[in-house]
Design a protein around this ligand. Structure first.
Ligand code: M6R
Length: 614
């Protein structure tokens, strides 16, 4: 949540900072601001709403800002205090000499505020961040050294933070630090960047240093010095970054979400390559660091995740239990962390997260790790905090996902679960070998099947147009596609703000059926297999209440024409793999409805891509 950027060098900082913030808009976008060292003072510019509003503010100050070669910037997702100009970052101390931007939450800000007010500090905003500005300024008054002041101040701060700080008396210096929030330094030629994430500077450099918790970096245009919290020098560990900046372009699509939906066939090919070459060879997962013996001895698996990743985890449970006969519990990370969970050294704990930074999941993982469980992380960000906690790291390699609504990362998580389940079943011998061979050959065909759906997306677009006026939407499914119904509904509500809910179809008659009438669209995920006839009966029950029936199906049964008002056909597929196929039309329905309604598809209100607060 929130994105921070910093620049020190010889170029004009303002455009670099604005561009960096634009790349971080997925982290929050309800207000923004930058601070620049201009002539004798540090000037702060802020605006509420999207970044274009900040650009507009700055366009009235071009002369004073263009010469600045050092600055910090922030894009906000409000936690403490409404999105207003006063609450927008950067925040300053009372004299305005010190400026700070912050991502995270200062948990003890109330106590700090009381102490600081007693010392004469006057607070202007409702944010937790302003305490940092006053606290560091107090320490600076004692030390006259910004790095030392930050080191002293952070000792008193509880919570999560990534901070970038400047002081007018040390005008060439940027000091940054972090704890439980991401922060990375980009290294250019006689210039440095600081950011919450690499897209902010990847077009300028692919050399970077990731800061570890409690380290403090002091940056000028000629030097980068990193110290631990006690002031000891830390050697620089420079990494070459993997992302290409071209990944951040829409490549001709109207929105990132549409581009990312279209990337899904290649995402699958990418994950499978190197792990599943042919249906005749066993799945190779060198990333799983459990020995074959300890894998065979596992007595339970817990999977923890949030949002879309939680839905992928639910499908993971289904497939692992089917293939490996190991009991699997799936739980929302935010629930897992506040109860007594039972784990031991025979429990495998799997954390699933696109960003690898989600605070709830990160905390849950750390909790499980402290109890001695093996931690396997499935993430799209091998450079994330969660990845660093992993005993085994399954990187899904979906490429950077910009749209707030997760699409290709979900497909990549599902494929990772299928690979893991087959891998474990092959080691345990828990599933018939011939069945697994056929299953693997079906997996290899998935990219083509998605391409078929995408090639006929006009049908889905027509469906979206027909139902875009609705205020509510119900998705029903059973078995392995129940999470598909949840995910389809989540996609729709996230980006169109329509009240959409996913139900296990058998539950309809236990309550939700009361809502059905001729205004209510009910979409049945009707994939051939174990529960096909059951969902059909549940769909009949809904039709009998005059609901507007839509089928998403791989069946060619003629009688569906009488039952459903709209039918979306998808290619035939093994039932256990059908969630990969059935989710694509649901992503597209959500996309097109939101687009028809003129919503901000890639940056829906109130949301952020990376939720780094609990
Ligand atoms: O990065 P993570 O996968 O841990 O994020 C979890 C959720 O915040 C995320 O899936 C969210 O629900 C998405 N916006 C869904 O589209």
């Amino acid at each position: 949540m929130c994105g921070i950027v910093g620049y020190v060098g010889s170029k004009s900082a303002v455009e670099i900072l604005l561009d960096g913030l634009e790349q971080l808009e997925y982290r929050g976008y309800d207000s923004s601001g930058i601070a620049l060292k201009c002539n004798d003072s540090i000037n702060v510019y802020k605006a509420v709403g999207k970044l274009k509003n900040l650009r507009e503010v700055l366009s009235n100050h071009t002369q004073e800002v263009n010469g600045a070669n050092i600055g910090i910037g922030h894009i906000r997702w409000a936690t403490h205090g409404a999105p207003t100009v006063v609450n927008a970052h950067p925040h300053t101390c009372n004299c305005g000499n010190l400026v700070v931007v912050h991502n995270g939450i200062i948990e003890n800000y109330k106590e700090l505020k009381e102490k600081l007010e007693a010392l004469g500090c006057e607070f202007r905003s409702q944010t937790d961040t302003e305490t940092v500005a006053h606290l560091v300024a107090q320490k600076y008054a004692q030390t006259k050294d910004l790095t030392k002041a930050v080191q002293l101040a952070t000792k008193e701060i509880e919570g999560a933070y990534a901070l970038a700080i400047m002081h007018n008396d040390e005008p060439d210096k940027l000091v940054i630090t972090k704890r439980n929030a991401p922060l990375v330094v980009g290294i250019g030629e006689k210039e440095y960047y600081a950011a919450s994430d690499i897209p902010a500077f990847i077009k300028h450099t692919n050399k970077a240093v990731y800061l570890s918790d409690n380290q403090v970096a002091t940056i000028t245009k000629d030097s980068l010095v990193i110290e631990d919290e006690n002031g000891n020098n830390v050697p620089l560990k420079i990494e070459q970054l993997p992302w290409e900046s071209v990944a951040l372009s829409k490549m001709g699509y109207k929105h990132f979400m549409l581009k990312e939906i279209h990337e899904q066939p290649d995402v699958i090919r990418n994950i499978l390559s190197g792990k599943l070459h042919t249906s005749l060879a066993p799945v190779e997962l060198a990333e799983v660091m459990l020995t074959k013996e300890s894998l065979k001895e596992l007595n339970r698996i817990q999977i923890i995740a949030c949002g879309t990743s939680l839905h992928a985890a639910m499908i993971g449970k289904y497939i692992i239990e089917d293939f490996c006969s190991i009991p699997v519990d799936v739980e929302a990370s935010s629930e897992y962390i506040y109860r007594k969970t039972v784990t031991d050294d025979k429990t495998l704990v799997i954390g699933v997260s696109q960003s690898g930074e989600t605070a709830d999941t990160l905390t849950a993982i750390k909790q499980a790790k402290s109890r001695g469980s093996h931690i396997l992380i499935i993430t799209n960000r091998p450079d994330s905090a969660m990845a660093r906690e992993a005993d085994s790291l399954l990187s899904v390699n979906a490429g950077i996902e910009v749209s707030v609504a997760a699409t290709k990362s979900y497909i990549a998580q599902l494929i990772s679960f299928y690979l893991l389940a087959v891998y474990m079943a092959e080691i345990k011998g828990s599933k018939d070998a011939n069945y697994l061979t056929k299953f693997k050959s079906d997996m290899l065909l998935l990219p083509q099947k998605i391409e078929e759906i995408l090639a006929h997306k006009e049908v889905i677009q027509n469906c979206a147009r027909k139902y875009s006026g609705t205020r509510d939407f119900i998705y029903i499914a059973r078995g392995i596609n129940y999470p598909t119904a949840l995910e389809g509904a989540l996609k729709l509500k996230e980006i169109s703000y329509i009240n959409a809910t996913g139900y296990p179809a058998g539950e309809l008659k236990h309550g939700p059926i009361a809502m059905l009438d001729d205004t209510m669209p009910v979409l049945s995920v009707l994939m051939k297999g174990n529960v096909y006839e059951k969902i059909l009966s549940n769909s009949e029950e809904a039709r009998a209440r005059n609901a507007r029936m839509i089928a998403l199906t791989n069946s060619t049964d003629e009688k569906l024409n009488d039952l459903f008002d709209f039918i979306i056909k998808v290619p035939d597929v093994n039932e256990l793999l059908s969630p990969i196929i059935s989710i694509v039309p649901l992503q597209l329905i959500a996309y097109y409805i939101a687009e028809f309604l003129g919503k901000d598809v890639d940056q829906p209100r109130n949301l952020a891509k990376s939720v780094t607060v609990e």
